[in-house]
Design a binder for this molecule. Structure first.
Ligand code: N01
Length: 546
């Protein structure tokens, strides 16, 4: 890369090299749109490039957690039902080998600025090298696609004294790519979201001592990991087409649905039998395969929570630890924050070298040179401090860019300061020719990533092809439709139990962020209907085109 200069022009500029960016480049090129991808990491995979902490593993199962094009899966075998980070990274390498995404990618390049040029009707995009801040570049594109992911902008709380800590400090999603030796070390970890749970169960048996600083317990569910051999992969491939088709028809893009009955419609014995059955199936079956009222009725949710709590208490020997991990009184309804999938998380707390500290009873006062100090004055010295503190989810990677549309005085961060405004979670008024894939106000957090990305990109590339045929050059969400979509997103989320939980689903994990549902929770089939309304065949409903 060199310094800023007017350089290349593309039909589309794509930001982010995960599922969304890769599939966008593939589809755009297939229909002869020129495009270029900018990725801040030095490889493809998005979340699976960055999240290389011990135990990092996907919570959506294969075979549906992959692209559906035959050429990507024909020569690829999975070793596990829920593959780990290394395997997923290798998968993206395989996809690159098949589709040659790297040919049109600039790595180690973070897009920092994007502005709409109304005269040239194009986006000017500026990027900075992540290796050498002095090296910058600029390109232009008719269209701009943010494929920046759901959880990709790490969130580091502003702990007092954090910069004075002398040990090794890392955020889970910035774990050293070359690895970190934790064996025998005294380790502290703050946070028990999915990243924390996975790291804890993996490093607990390796470290000398592990102190888990927990503010909110995770309602973790059993993963039911399974190993897949060649024979299994071969037989799985015979079934793939109908399975992929089914993912388009379920609420979550998984192969199962909510049970179409209310919890109270069945006898207590049937409820118990069904809970056991869903529990044994593993994955999110106990959540989005549960009675359909678990997400909307507190009493129904209480039954499920009580079952979950009993299961945890059966596995954790120390009653103090068990009560902290699964308290009698719910802190939030089960499923209103993302449950993590675990394998040995609860057993790890039976080890003498693993302890849990309750940050609700005793908050973090500051970080000292040696470790963590709580408000009661107790101190925990650690060699390694892991921040498993999550992400500025949904919006963070977009607002991180100085992104300016028609109104040059306001960037997207300011525009969204009081809440997110999009049509379909895919575009905002005032930002012509710019789209978000897997973005805020889409069903992203609730739908299998590979499924939703393909649905959205297929829709978008179809739109762009029609526009090209009709000689149209501009597409922009209308303010009216944007307002309607926002209302629908908020109504669906707030109509369920979700508002009872503070977490990233509501932006509540980031101080000062507007507290509102950040994703569309009505499920994939309804979302697809809404997308169809905006298709060229329906006159681009909700979009202005010219
Ligand atoms: O982040 P989180 P995550 N003081 O926001 C705590 C995806 N993902 O990285 O809950 C003390 O869930 C915070 O406490 P609290 C997946 O979708 C997927 O774990 O706010 N604690 C919480 O415990 C996942 O849901 C995979 O009270 C503080 C934790 O940090 C999403 O990413 C793997 C604190 C943050 O949990 C995010 O997961 C990994 C503070 N000041 C991630 N600030 C898989 O596919 C925050 N915390 C499996």
């Amino acid at each position: 890369m060199g310094s800023i200069s007017e350089t290349a022009h593309y039909d589309a500029i794509v930001v982010g090299g995960g599922f969304g960016g890769i599939y966008s480049v593939h589809k755009l090129r297939k229909f002869k749109f020129s495009c270029h991808l900018f990725e801040r990491g030095n490889g493809l995979g998005g979340a699976w490039h960055w999240n290389c902490y011990p135990g990092a593993r996907v919570d959506s199962n294969v075979p549906i957690y992959q692209f559906t094009d035959d050429d990507t899966w024909d020569q690829w075998d999975w070793s596990q039902r829920y593959p780990g980070q290394k395997e997923l990274k290798a998968y993206f390498g395989h996809v690159d080998h098949v589709w040659d995404i790297s040919k049109d990618t600039t790595y180690n390049a973070e897009v920092r600025k994007a502005s709409w040029d109304p005269v040239m009707k194009q986006w000017k995009v500026e990027y900075v090298s992540t290796i050498d801040e002095e090296t910058t570049g600029r390109v232009t594109g008719r269209f701009l696609l943010y494929c920046t992911g759901l959880n990709a902008q790490p969130w580091m709380p502003d702990f007092k004294g954090l910069d004075t800590y002398q040990g090794f400090l890392t955020h889970t999603s910035r774990w050293p790519q070359q690895g970190l030796d934790v064996k025998g070390k005294n380790v502290g970890i703050i946070g028990t979201g999915a990243s924390g749970v996975q790291a804890i169960q993996e490093i607990g048996p390796q470290v000398g001592k592990l102190t888990v600083f927990q503010r909110t317990p995770n309602t973790a569910l059993p993963m039911d990991q399974q190993h897949y051999d060649k024979k299994f992969n071969d037989s799985m491939k015979e079934e793939l087409h109908p399975l992929f088709a089914k993912t388009r028809t379920t609420w979550s893009g998984f192969l199962y649905q909510w049970r179409d009955e209310l919890t109270k419609d069945v006898t207590p014995a049937e409820r118990e039998r069904f809970y056991e059955q869903q529990w044994k199936k593993g994955g999110f079956e106990f959540w989005v395969g549960n009675f359909k009222d678990i997400a909307i009725d507190q009493e129904a949710n209480d039954y499920a929570y009580a079952f979950w709590r009993r299961k945890v208490h059966e596995r954790v020997k120390d009653p103090r630890k068990a009560e902290l991990l699964a308290p009698k009184t719910q802190i939030h309804p089960l499923g209103t924050r993302r449950p993590c999938l675990e394998t040995t998380f609860y057993e790890v707390f039976n080890q003498d070298n693993v302890d849990i500290v309750d940050l609700r009873a005793n908050k973090i006062a500051d970080i000292t040179e040696k470790g963590v100090r709580l408000v009661d004055g107790s101190e925990y010295d650690v060699d390694i401090l892991i921040l498993a503190t999550g992400f500025d989810s949904n919006t963070g990677c977009i607002t991180n860019v100085d992104h300016r549309g028609v109104d040059k005085t306001t960037n997207i961060k300011a525009r969204w300061a009081q809440g997110v405004w999009t049509n379909l979670g895919m575009a905002s008024s005032g930002y012509p020719n710019c789209f978000y894939i897997y973005g805020p106000q889409s069903p992203a957090a609730f739908v299998n990533a590979a499924t939703l990305v393909e649905v959205q990109v297929d829709w978008l590339v179809d739109v762009l092809r029609h526009m090209r045929r009709q000689g149209l050059t501009i597409i922009e969400a209308t303010p009216e439709q944007e307002a309607k979509w926002r209302e629908e997103v908020l109504a669906v989320g707030n109509g369920a139990l979700f508002p009872k939980a503070d977490g990233w689903y509501y932006g509540a994990n980031i101080p000062g962020k507007a507290r509102e549902p950040l994703n569309y929770m009505a499920g994939l089939p309804i979302y697809r209907e809404r997308l169809a309304f905006a298709s060229p065949a329906q006159g681009y409903g909700g979009f202005r085109v010219e």
